[in-house]
Design a protein around this ligand. Structure first.
Ligand code: ADP
Ligand code: MG
Ligand code: MG
Length: 879
């Protein structure tokens, strides 16, 4: 149990894992002289202790008693006393913030006696307002009573007295409300404990218990938050924002969390307490306005925020309360931000000397990168009449970006229809909606400010969000929403577009476009390359356009080209099929391959382009027998469609993944490798011929090798074919330097990697210039888990901790990773110049990249849009 604020002695090494984020913030603020209401933290390991026995041992309760005494000394008040009573809040707070996922109870310590004492010392209206809040929160959090029960009771009282907003209630109304709330308890056979200490104990237990609530678990699951021991529990002296016109409460970011602009952004409410702001009950005022209403508190607030930014070296998200003009800070943490803001803030804060490049880089995560690459509405779309004439409502810009989808009104529909792209439309979101928010493209709410739950969660996930769209009337039951000002009605399933950067809601589908590397995004990625220049990042790309995109995103070459992906275009497919079935027309296939390679070499001029020889089982390109008709048969050279069907069926394989594919196919189907090498080398020569300074760098990669002889057979064929082309084109091997290598994806290849790497050509040079670990197949074959069927059980496995992660997403270090490391070492021993790389999905996964970097690989290769993620991850691995 650790004290903070007041006379608390500073903790030597305050630790986030132990104190939780909130506890750490309070501790640090107290230490650097920012006023926080004094209190104490029950540390996170106690959450586990609690979970084991559903209670805390007596020793802990004794420490709590001692801590209470200390706080009583600091505040001059007494918990539960009939005069000058001390009230507490009980607040959850784990090491990683989970906004709104766990519970908080305010005003603990009030009962029929202390409320009178408080009323006498301050004001009766205020005292009873606090009391009814306690009854509501306590019932909800510790006894699982529905918050709605209290809300309904309050609404009926509002009706009775013609009161619109809760601030209009008089003291007598609130006294009556307290009686009614107590009836809510009675109706449910629940008891509200009068003894303050009992209240506190129940709240502490409930806060620890809320760690495992369904919504908290779901949030952790979605955010992949693992390895935490639990939440801490903070007990803090209450300060009151609901004490009248010189009191208030609010939240603010030290910089704009949407755009990153270096300007404070926040909201506050006068005469309100705690959750009123975040819960979106009343729409709050912008923080800049507080300067006029509470000037002294505002000035102090600006000072505090600056101090905190400097102290933590990061943008801050703070909560505060003003009690009779005096400012108290209640929480600080690194603020969640959009991808755009993350990069702008990083660059600005480094320029302002508030943090280092390294620290700034560590604060950016792969989600931020993903968001930057997210779609927006293009400038053209924004100025088109389709857009401007169809704006049906404007709310607040809650989370930037463009989203288009069908309207759904609840979480279960959103989850059900997620594959169709949906926009979740809610009156106001609650923490139970997280699943639906995750499943949807964007979120639209009628109520709540930019710090409401919906907006915070949306920005955290990079989901476009429009909130507080007050012109909207949402009727979930009837499955429709109405624009109040115009009467226009939208039904479930109607397509709308939302612009989270401007708050506009557009009643039709608007086209979206993706962004490129420019501004702060590019600056930060350049830092990343400077910090970690040992591991390179290449891209997997199959066309000139993809290659160009990859290069723009910083790829240093191509690690994997699978041009057979281009075989499916309507003009090519018949040609390919004819060759597969009848062995005819290989020349034609070569010609379109040649033109593809030309485009790719051009886009990657001066950088390596690794081309994999044809790998998939051939029948992947064939029609299903049911698709065959006379026309198709004729095109493919068969008189009788049945003959075509027979031909297709003769190629059927029981287990194609382990069948005739990769180098096996090339060995059996003679001429296949030669054709591809000719296409590659002619393409390179074509470029050279056009422009002698062109610098194509082909690397030819043999897939699915398990035996040394397989590789040797293919490598010799490649070399011979390449030499022939060079001769024909009057070029030599210095004009077009080319390399040959193998994929390591069959476990046997990994085991004989020294033999593979040690192979020599007849002239004594190495036959194998590189290994590229095909970790998709290597994982599949090492684990004996089919990639295509893994979905049925891997999620269960990770849930039950049988596997730490999906092995197709994050490399299985002990098994597959060991094979990679083993063959890298042995390969290098046999050939010190051997280039080593990864071209599986793992090449774009931050955790796997750390591992590949640690074992000394030369590069990873991933899809173009993962390239920036990988660049960032390798720098973070190096820092
Ligand atoms: P969350 O983690 O959901 O943000 P908090 O523990 O921060 O929950 O509590 C929610 C709100 O309750 C805070 O924003 C703050 O306004 C209010 N609150 C918490 N503790 C106190 C306190 N000691 N005095 C006044 N208000 C408080
Ligand atoms: Mg908070
Ligand atoms: Mg493979």
């Amino acid at each position: 149990v650790v004290l903070f604020g007041g006379s608390a002695p500073p903790v030597p090494n305050p630790n986030r894992d132990i104190l939780g984020g909130k506890g750490l913030g309070l501790q640090e603020m107290g230490r650097i002289g920012v006023d926080v209401p004094p209190g104490f933290t029950l540390i996170t390991p106690l959450c586990q202790v609690y979970e084991k026995g559903d209670d805390l041992p007596n020793e802990v309760w004794d420490l709590v008693m001692e801590a209470i005494k200390q706080v009583e000394k600091d505040t001059g008040k007494k918990f539960g006393a009939e005069k000058n009573p001390l009230l507490f809040s009980c607040r959850s707070g784990a090491a990683i913030s989970m906004p709104g996922m766990m519970d908080t109870v305010l005003n603990i310590g009030l009962n029929d006696t202390t409320v009178e004492a408080l009323a006498k010392e301050t004001d009766a209206r205020f005292a009873y307002d606090s009391y009814r809040r306690l009854l509501d929160m306590f019932g909800d959090v510790t006894l699982g009573m529905p918050h709605e029960a209290f809300e309904e009771t309050m609404n009926s009282l509002k009706m009775k007295y013609g009161v619109k907003n809760d601030v209009e209630f008089t003291a007598d109304h609130l006294k009556e409300l307290v009686v009614l709330y107590k009836n809510v308890y009675k109706e449910r056979n629940q008891v509200f404990p009068d003894v303050p200490l009992e209240q506190l104990r129940s709240c502490i237990k409930a806060v620890f218990g809320s760690w495992n609530s369904e919504r908290a678990r779901k949030y952790r699951e979605i955010k992949s938050i693992t390895g935490l021991i639990g939440t801490a529990c903070n007990i803090q002296t209450m300060v009151f924002g609901n004490l009248g016109q010189t009191s208030g409460t609010g939240v603010a970011f030290s910089r704009n969390p949407s755009s990153g602009e270096a300007k404070m952004m926040g909201e506050y409410l006068i005469n309100a307490q705690g959750e009123d702001v975040v819960a979106g009950i009343r729409t709050p005022e912008p923080i800049s306005k507080m300067k006029e209403v509470l000037p002294e508190a505002y000035d102090q607030f600006v000072k505090n925020v600056k101090l905190l930014e400097r102290h933590f070296g990061d943008m801050q998200d703070v909560e505060f309360t003003v009690e009779n003009g005096k400012l108290w800070m209640l929480q600080c943490r690194s603020g969640k931000r959009t991808g755009h803001a993350a990069f702008k803030i990083a660059v600005d804060m480094v320029n302002e000397g508030l943090t280092t490049k390294e620290d700034a880089l560590m604060r950016i995560d792969s989600d931020h990168v993903r968001q930057i690459l997210h779609p927006t509405f293009s400038k053209e779309a924004l100025s088109s009449s389709r857009y401007t004439e169809n704006v049906v409502a404007v709310g607040l810009a809650g989370g930037p970006g463009a989203a288009v989808g069908k309207i759904v009104f609840n979480t279960s529909e959103a989850e059900k229809l997620a594959h169709e792209k949906v926009i979740l439309v809610r009156e106001v979101t609650s923490p139970e909606d997280v699943g639906g928010m995750w499943a949807s493209q964007g979120i639209l709410t009628a109520r709540g400010g930019i710090t409401s739950h919906a907006a915070v969660v949306a920005r955290g996930w990079g989901k476009p969000c429009v909130c507080g769209c007050e012109d909207l009337l949402v009727d979930e039951q009837a499955g429709k929403m109405t624009i109040k000002s115009t009467g226009k009605v939208f039904k479930e399933g109607d397509v709308i577009s939302i612009n989270g950067s401007t708050g506009e809601v557009v009643g039709v589908e608007i086209e979206t476009s993706s962004v490129s590397v420019e501004g702060p995004f590019g600056v930060v990625l350049d830092w990343a390359d400077q910090i970690a220049d040992s591991l390179k990042v290449l891209a997997n790309a199959d066309s000139g356009a993809d290659a160009a995109k990859a290069r723009e995103l910083g790829a240093q070459g191509i690690g994997l080209t699978r041009t057979e992906h281009q075989f499916f275009s309507p003009d090519r497919l018949p040609v390919v099929r004819r060759w597969i079935l009848r062995g005819e027309g290989l020349d034609k296939v070569r010609e379109f391959q040649r033109s593809d390679f030309r485009d790719i070499f051009k886009a990657m001029n001066g950088l390596p382009v690794t081309v994999r020889m044809l790998d998939p089982p051939l029948h992947e390109f064939l029609p299903r027998p049911s698709q065959v008709d006379d026309d198709m048969a004729k095109t493919l050279g068969y008189e009788d469609p049945d003959d075509l069907i027979d031909a297709i069926q003769s190629m059927h394989e029981e287990n194609p993944m382990l069948g005739l594919r990769g180098c096996r196919l090339a060995i059996v189907r003679e001429g296949l490798t030669t054709m591809q090498v000719e296409a590659i080398m002619h393409a390179a020569a074509d470029l050279k011929e056009k422009d002698p300074t062109a610098d194509p760098r082909p690397r030819i990669m043999i897939p699915l090798v398990g035996n040394v002889a397989e590789f040797k057979h293919q490598a010799l064929e490649v070399k011979a074919a390449a030499k022939r082309v060079l001769e024909i084109r009057n070029l030599n091997s210095t004009d077009i330097p080319f390399e040959v290598g193998t994929m390591i994806e069959v476990p046997r290849a990994a085991l004989v990697s020294d033999q593979l790497a040690g192979l020599l050509d007849e002239d004594g040079t190495n036959l194998c210039n590189f290994f590229s670990f095909g970790t998709n197949d290597l994982t599949q074959m090492t684990l004996g888990i089919s990639r295509d069927d893994a979905g049925a059980f891997i999620p269960k496995y990770t849930e039950k901790d049988i596997l730490p992660d999906d092995p197709f997403k994050t490399i299985d270090e002990d098994g597959v990773g060991w094979l990679v490391k083993f063959s890298a070492l042995n390969g290098r021993k046999a050939n010190p110049n051997l280039s080593l790389s990864v071209c599986g999905e793992h090449g774009g996964d931050p955790d796997s990249i750390k591992f590949f970097d640690s074992i000394g690989l030369d590069y990873v290769s991933c899809s173009p849009f993962r390239v920036p993620v990988a660049r960032l991850a390798k720098a973070q691995a190096a820092i």
